[in-house]
Design a protein around this ligand. Structure first.
Ligand code: MD3
Ligand code: FE
Length: 210
């Protein structure tokens, strides 16, 4: 389960009813107040993943409270129940109740993968906090590539992430390169509640104040 120090994969942590609840909530959040959109990178390329944010709005490569790249509205609050779910996942993955007690995510990024959507190798370094990232996967499986802190190239480890899996990235793994080279169509379990590709929810602490 531990890929590297601080990087822990817990397959099947979300039971099917919880997956269905999260999938339905994500599809609802995608409708607004700031609708899910494919972010445009500074060089002009559009991401193939669609993203909706809670708490703070992420755009490449900064956070804001209002979506100045998507109509200017204020993003929805991060619900306490979702932050609580992240804390519970962290406690189970790390078996570290002190770290989990101190975990206070203030944003969720929800990625929707359909068709050939993928995510290139990158680091998540727009946050001003080194609190861990907790990731929930729902729907189709994907190939997830977990790299190293220094380069986007080898060495890396490929792992398949399936519906219901939790992955926590903290400590020395927090700033490692990672990406999603492909999703695997047709692999969503019937009882996952999402048959239209893959959803990934990441909980983070931005470390920003209004
Ligand atoms: C490792 N999302 O939104 S989640 C992202 O499946 C992102 O949609 C992928 O990378 C997805 O930024 C991967 C797993 C993940 C998330 C954050 C990390 C792995 C991470 C931060 C540091 C190291
Ligand atoms: Fe990332």
């Amino acid at each position: 389960r531990q890929l590297a120090p601080g990087a822990v994969h817990v397959p099947g942590w979300l039971d099917p009813p919880r997956q269905r609840q999260l999938a339905a909530a994500c599809r609802d959040w995608a409708l607004g107040p700031v609708p899910a959109r494919a972010a445009v990178l500074p060089g002009g390329a559009r991401m193939s993943v669609r993203t909706v944010c809670l708490g703070w709005h992420w755009q490449p490569y900064r956070y804001s409270r209002t979506a100045d790249d998507a109509g200017g509205g204020r993003v929805a609050e991060l619900p306490d129940w979702l932050a609580d779910l992240g804390r519970a996942a962290l406690a189970d993955a790390w078996q570290d109740h002190a770290a989990a007690r101190d975990y206070r995510p203030d944003t969720a990024l929800i990625n929707f993968y359909q068709g050939s959507a993928r995510m290139g190798m990158h680091q998540d370094k727009d946050e001003r906090s080194d609190q861990p990232v907790v990731s929930f996967s729902i729907g189709d499986s994907c190939l997830f590539r977990f790299g190293n802190p220094d380069t986007r190239n080898r060495p890396y480890t490929d792992v398949e992430l399936a519906s219901g899996d939790v992955f926590v990235f903290g400590g020395p793994s927090r700033f490692c390169y990672h990406g999603v080279p492909k999703t695997i169509p047709g692999t969503a379990p019937d009882d996952s509640g999402h048959q239209a590709g893959r959803i990934n929810i990441t909980l983070r602490r931005t470390g920003l104040a209004d």
